[in-house]
Write a protein that binds this ligand. Structure first.
Ligand code: CA
Ligand code: CA
Length: 166
């Protein structure tokens, strides 16, 4: 390879590196999830098996039971609960199984062990949000609002949600 050609190749690879750094990657706008169970760090995938407060996603605080999660949310939101509101998603129908409190965008529920698992939902206060068929808010949306108590999302939507936004 002659020196001129080598300089050209170095230039082309530098341009490629700069472009790779400056072009934003779709869906990477948020930090990776950071989950804890009673103060100790856990694998974010395990969030799907627990009872977690993901209101401050990507920071997630998990508990071993519904009762502990309920107490933690009341302690956080207190009297302001009805005004601020939040969404609660459950793995099983009738508000059963693992559950998670939500109040912000999550572009990939699979990153926290919740892909295609939600079967029932409650909205507290005036909170509204949309669950989507695909990650990155793609496919159809399932809108939830305003103190709705959805004991079962229905056969069409059961175990289908892959992302969420408010
Ligand atoms: Ca389910
Ligand atoms: Ca899905």
């Amino acid at each position: 390879m002659n020196p001129h050609m080598r300089r050209l190749l170095v230039f082309v690879s530098l341009v490629a590196m700069v472009m790779a750094v400056s072009v934003p990657v779709q869906g990477s706008e948020s930090a990776p999830p950071d989950a804890e169970l009673e103060g100790r760090p856990i694998d974010p995938i395990d969030v799907g098996e627990l009872f977690c407060d993901a209101i401050d996603y990507p920071d997630i605080e998990c508990f071993a039971s519904h009762a502990e999660l309920d107490a933690a949310i009341v302690a956080r939101l207190g009297e302001g609960l009805l005004e601020s509101g939040y969404i609660r998603a459950y793995a099983d129908s009738n508000f059963g199984g693992a559950s998670m409190a939500l109040d912000g965008d999550i572009s990939n529920l699979g990153s926290i062990g919740w892909n295609n698992r939600i079967s029932s939902i409650r909205s507290f206060g005036s909170e509204s949000g949309t669950f989507y068929e695909n990650t990155g808010y793609g496919g159809w949306g399932y809108f939830v609002c305003c103190n709705q108590q959805i004991l079962y999302v229905g056969d069409l939507f059961n175990d289908q949600f892959s992302s969420f936004d408010t």
